[in-house]
Design a protein around this ligand. Structure first.
Ligand SMILES: [Zn+2]
Length: 320
């Protein structure tokens, strides 16, 4: 006999990075608020989650000056109208030292920069990947200890979630990889050692999906083995695929059993676990013309290079 369970819906937002867009903090804040307003029309209730995938502020001075208040305020203002629960996680522009972590925690009223959030049947695992992506010896002691504590915590929280029979949604700021797990190291992703460690942990707990930002472009990359997908969204401050995916967000439904659900247009469906499907579509925002920032095309070639594409991968990146 089939069962019917309501879907669990969540949104994936890329980097708000208030202060990065060429129309300043005000423009970035406005686009974030427009995206939130749009997502609200699809929210299913207060349990609907919005994953805010890091680099909440730009903080161009990287700590040599205080973070501009307009950037910190812009994030808080931009997400304030969301009707569900916002799960924010830090990126490299938010946390790059113990002092910046303290500012992040106080700004967002968090006890720790990584945490779990549960709704019936699903555990969201929210990471502070700033202390996960490098080889341990590359970190100062405080950050290395933070990372080791977090690795142990991930293992515990995944084990507990599975014992409850929950699906797990794991999110961090950085892609684990861009094309496939055996690609060369690059600026954008987990380094080789932590990447292997992370993938092995995910596989041990049958996690098949990971949600992130950092790339300022929108794509999804499935391993050649076909057992793991990295979902990346470009964000609302600056995107290098501005002519194609442009500014937008993703919506996901976790569909358990034969759930009845409000349909998503242009959706694709992916296996989540034995009993659950992940259905998703990308929402490209139709922004008012005065909310579209000046093109970043002229300077996007200055961005760090992508790794070489290994043989046999199918991921296509546009705007590169
Ligand atoms: Zn980043």
């Amino acid at each position: 006999m089939s069962t019917t369970t309501a879907p669990v819906r969540f949104f994936q937002f890329g980097d708000p990075q208030i202060g990065m867009g060429l129309d300043g903090a005000e423009g970035d804040t406005r686009r974030l608020a427009i995206a939130v307003e749009h997502a609200n029309t699809r929210a299913l209730g207060p349990e609907t989650v919005l994953l805010l995938c890091g680099d909440l502020v730009h903080w161009a001075s990287a700590g040599s000056q205080p973070c501009p208040p307009a950037e910190l305020d812009g994030v808080v203002t931009g997400i304030s109208q969301f009707k569900g629960t916002v799960l924010r996680l830090p990126g490299n522009h938010d946390i790059f030292s113990p002092a910046s972590r303290a500012l992040y925690l106080s700004t967002h009223n968090l006890a720790e920069s990584y945490y779990a959030h549960t709704v019936p049947g699903v555990t969201f695992v929210v990471l502070d990947a700033t202390t996960l992506i490098k080889e341990p010896k590359q970190y100062e002691e405080v950050e290395r200890k933070h990372g080791e504590g977090q690795w142990a915590w991930i293992e515990t929280v995944l084990g507990e979630a599975r014992k409850r029979g929950d699906e797990v949604v794991v999110a961090g700021h950085y892609p684990v990889y861009i094309f496939d797990e055996d690609e060369e190291d690059c600026y954008w992703t987990f380094a080789a050692g932590p990447r292997r460690r992370f993938m092995s942990l995910m596989r041990a707990h049958s996690v098949r999906h990971y949600f992130c930002g950092h790339m300022h472009r929108t794509f999804a990359a499935t391993t050649r083995k076909g057992d793991f997908t990295v979902w990346v969204v470009g964000g609302t401050s600056t995107v290098t695929d501005e002519k194609t995916n442009s500014y937008g967000y993703r919506v996901f439904d976790l569909i358990r059993g034969d759930a009845a659900f409000p349909p998503l247009s242009d959706a694709t469906t992916h296996p989540m676990s034995q009993h659950t499907l992940l259905r998703t579509s990308y929402v490209r925002l139709d922004l008012p013309s005065d909310a579209v920032p000046p093109s970043c095309e002229e300077w996007s070639h200055l961005w760090p290079k992508l790794p070489a594409r290994p043989e046999g991968v199918v991921t296509e990146l546009v705007g590169v």
